[in-house]
Design a protein around this ligand. Structure first.
Ligand SMILES: Cc1ncc(COP(=O)(O)O)c(C=O)c1O
Length: 370
């Protein structure tokens, strides 16, 4: 996509290319985060730059655990936290710790494509299970997919690519079918990016057997700094052994530990988030305009993606038509759900406004659906 974008910019001119593919926040980190970073750099406290316990600075893990316990009511302590290289690092660490070759991990379609690489990298097998029309997990279908080889069900809410936020009822229904040795792994880097005041249920409160993958990449627009954590629920009987396994995995995967300075920054900075209202305004503009043109689209409740149906079943062909209008979008097939496209709200508003005519032209070419 990146290469195609470059080619298109050369051919059409940069101001006539509308790139809806990026998953990178388009804003700078909140000033409070940068202030904290400057303060820590200026203070130059001893032993900030050397090796540390592999799970991260104990004081940082304590702060993280306290916040998580306050938020969820579940008694997390520092012993349940492994600081990680973003959500990707947290996911790889837990998968490495629980998977033997041939073990299965259930993923919910449509899903973040990297999951397949992470799971297969640790000898696991991906078992895709379709979600319902509203992209909510289909608990009965998940139950049917469980086998003696299943080790995890991978959840992602708010969801990339659909923007769905799973309900507490769904999570509680999942709790009833997730029994040892299966774990729910909840990938939650978009947790604070929600619209219309939607509440994201606390996974650790709803599901006993869970581990959380968290990251500040999206919340604070610091994806390049690679900072997040893995939290093992204290409600797991094997919590201590699993936390030890994860600490060992972070070492042998070569992460060694999460970036030192950024551990202090996220622990000491106020819990600020990028301005969500701007994403919400762009969501309303894009979803409203697409619906008026005849596209079928369910406005996302969170994350910063719009997952719209393509007006013809062949999403790749339709993405080609959008490209003729200078619009770059990701085909749903990449997420395991053909007939859709993912449009990222990280595009600047002014470009989004100018791109709308192209969506209308592409719809005109295939004939508006009733
Ligand atoms: C669903 C999902 N999980 C994990 C990640 C990786 O996040 P991080 O950069 O914190 O590793 C992303 C990044 O786009 C994502 O969309």
């Amino acid at each position: 996509m990146f290469e195609i974008g470059r080619e298109m910019r050369r051919e059409r001119g940069a101001d006539r290319v509308f790139d809806f593919t990026l998953g990178n926040p388009d804003v700078e980190p909140p000033e409070a985060v940068l202030d904290t970073l400057r303060g820590i750099a200026a203070e130059n406290r001893p032993r900030t730059h050397g090796y540390m316990p592999n799970a991260g600075f104990p004081e940082v893990r304590e702060i993280v655990a306290r916040r998580l316990a306050d938020r969820s009511g579940v008694p997390f302590t520092a012993a349940h936290i492994v600081m990680s290289n973003g959500a990707a690092g947290a996911l790889n660490t837990i998968l490495k710790s629980i998977l033997d070759p041939g073990n299965e991990v259930i993923v919910l379609v449509p899903y973040f494509p990297e999951y397949r690489f992470y799971i297969e990298n640790h000898g696991g097998r991906v078992v895709p299970v379709e979600t319902g029309a509203d992209f909510e997990p289909d608990v009965a279908a998940i139950e049917r997919a469980l086998t003696s080889r299943t080790r995890a069900v991978l959840l992602n809410s708010p969801n990339n690519p659909t923007g769905a936020v799973y309900s507490a009822r769904t999570l509680e229904a999942l709790d009833r079918i997730i029994e040892p040795p299966v774990l729910a792994i909840s990938d939650e880097p978009y947790r604070p990016i929600v619209f219309d005041g939607v509440l994201v249920p606390e996974t650790s409160r709803c599901i006993r057997r869970c581990a959380l993958a968290w990251s500040w990449s999206k919340a604070m627009a610091i994806a390049g700094e690679r900072i997040g954590y893995l939290a093992i629920s204290p409600r797991l009987e094997e919590a201590e052994a699993l936390a030890n396994a994860c600490t060992f995995s972070t070492r042998i995967l070569g992460y060694i530990n999460a970036p030192a300075v950024w551990q202090w920054v996220v622990a000491e900075a106020p819990e600020v988030t990028v301005p969500v209202a701007e994403y919400q305004a762009k969501r309303d503009l894009l979803c409203g305009a697409l619906a008026r043109m005849g596209y079928r689209v369910r406005p996302p409740e969170g994350s910063y993606y719009v997952f719209a149906e393509t007006p013809i079943p062949d999403d790749i062909a339709f993405i080609g038509m959008l490209r003729e209008e200078g619009i770059l979008a990701v085909p749903g097939a990449g997420f395991g759900r053909a007939g859709y496209m993912r449009l990222s709200l990280t595009i600047p508003r002014e470009q989004l406004e100018r791109a709308l005519a192209g969506f209308e032209t592409a719809m005109g070419k295939v004939g508006r659906r009733e």
